[in-house]
Design a protein around this ligand. Structure first.
Ligand SMILES: NC(=O)c1ccc[n+]([C@@H]2O[C@H](COP(=O)([O-])OP(=O)(O)OC[C@H]3O[C@@H](n4cnc5c(N)ncnc54)[C@H](OP(=O)(O)O)[C@@H]3O)[C@@H](O)[C@H]2O)c1
Length: 329
């Protein structure tokens, strides 16, 4: 069935300004790391994308290596984009990245100009796009001079292959240096993509302050700790879960008794707030105004519907916040 986007798609979503830029992003964005590769069912991926766009999600996040196999998420996204979303390209913010291993030899990894330029050219081909909205350096490279990597991001924007640039997984100190170089070059960093959730709070130790002060947006990835911050593992390991899948990045050994107890306690508190744990975990991140968007993944449309309801209540009482701190201690 051909797709026509819902006319009410912009009614319920909240949009937040990305740092001090001209761009607004939906409070919830969708990532295609899992569930969009050639190992997955294409019609399920299509249903997720359609529901997302119909719900006001305008931002879709990819990377060269998403799949498996690497590259296949971009290929599938390109196919679905052209079958379903072609008329809506100007309503979409599409991002991709390079920085992790993508092909053999010394030019398929890290942060050289050679790698980033070739990788983005490949990504554009796979997605059948002329440009992406955001191109990220996926992780800092301890060997390539930061100037070379940042100059390449600037070049890519000047070539019209990306509209904006972002950094991912950079610690505060290296991010600050990169922001300064990019500013000097005339291509300010739009956004930073760090891992952040109730279970992973390193950005509270300086990065978030830096982003707030510099006017750079923040889009935390794995805000549900890959599914741990939901009720799904409270009664064992479901067959269709990320832990159970051979290509899933979440490992069974992360489900310790201590973690399960925390999940249980958080789940109880979420229930008292009238939320699911997934909703409370997302709301807890969005309570900070420096956060532009939470970057979730979903394996089913029902999960997306559940997550979107987080936006109904992102306010926490002092007592709730201190109970969360107690649980996470
Ligand atoms: N920059 C980087 O280095 C980096 C690294 C990782 C991810 N990312 C980006 O961040 C995106 C999100 O990462 P993520 O997939 O780890 O995020 P996540 O939202 O923390 O975890 C997603 C998983 O949580 C489960 N889930 C989601 N909603 C649920 C709900 N309402 N109820 C129950 N379970 C639910 C699903 O697990 P099941 O599959 O088990 O159903 C889903 O696959 C990625 O797609 C990617 O774009 C970036």
């Amino acid at each position: 069935m051909s797709y026509i986007a819902s006319p009410s798609r912009y009614t319920n979503m909240q949009y937040r300004r990305c740092g001090k830029s001209g761009i607004k992003l939906p409070a919830v964005s969708l990532g295609l790391w899992h569930n969009f590769g050639h190992v997955d069912v294409l019609e399920n991926s299509r249903a997720i994308l359609r529901l997302a766009f119909d719900s006001g999600i305008t931002h879709f996040d990819l990377a060269n290596n998403y799949g498996p196999p690497p590259g296949s998420a971009e290929e599938n996204f390109g196919k679905l984009l052209h079958e379903d979303f072609r008329p809506y390209r100007d309503e979409l913010i599409i991002s991709t990245k390079a920085g992790y291993t993508m092909w053999d030899g010394p030019y398929g990894d890290w942060g050289s100009k050679k790698y980033l330029v070739s990788s983005l050219d490949q990504s554009l081909k796979r997605m059948q796009l002329d440009y992406v909205d955001i191109f990220y350096h996926h992780r800092p490279d301890p060997e390539t001079p930061l100037e070379e990597t940042m100059r390449t991001l600037d070049l890519i924007v000047r070539q019209g292959k990306a509209l904006y640039v972002g950094l991912s997984n950079y610690k505060a100190e290296e991010a600050a240096k990169a922001f300064a170089i990019l500013k000097e070059l005339g291509t300010p960093c739009l956004i930073h993509q760090p891992k952040y959730s109730m279970f992973e709070r390193w950005i509270e130790g300086g990065l978030l302050d830096l982003l707030g002060n510099e006017g750079v947006g923040c889009i935390p990835f794995s805000p549900l700790a890959q599914g741990l911050l939901t009720d799904k593992y409270l009664k064992g390991i479901p067959e269709d879960s990320r832990v159970a899948k051979p290509h899933g990045f979440l490992q069974e050994n992360q489900l310790t008794q201590e973690t399960l107890q925390r999940i249980q306690d958080l789940n109880t508190l979420a229930g008292e707030r009238g939320q699911t744990l997934a909703q409370m975990a997302l709301a807890w991140i969005l309570k900070d105004e420096r956060i532009t968007s939470v970057l979730i993944g979903v394996s089913k449309t029902q999960q997306l519907t559940d997550c979107l309801k987080a936006l109904d209540n992102i306010i926490f009482s002092k007592e709730e916040l201190s109970r969360i701190e107690q649980i996470l201690k």
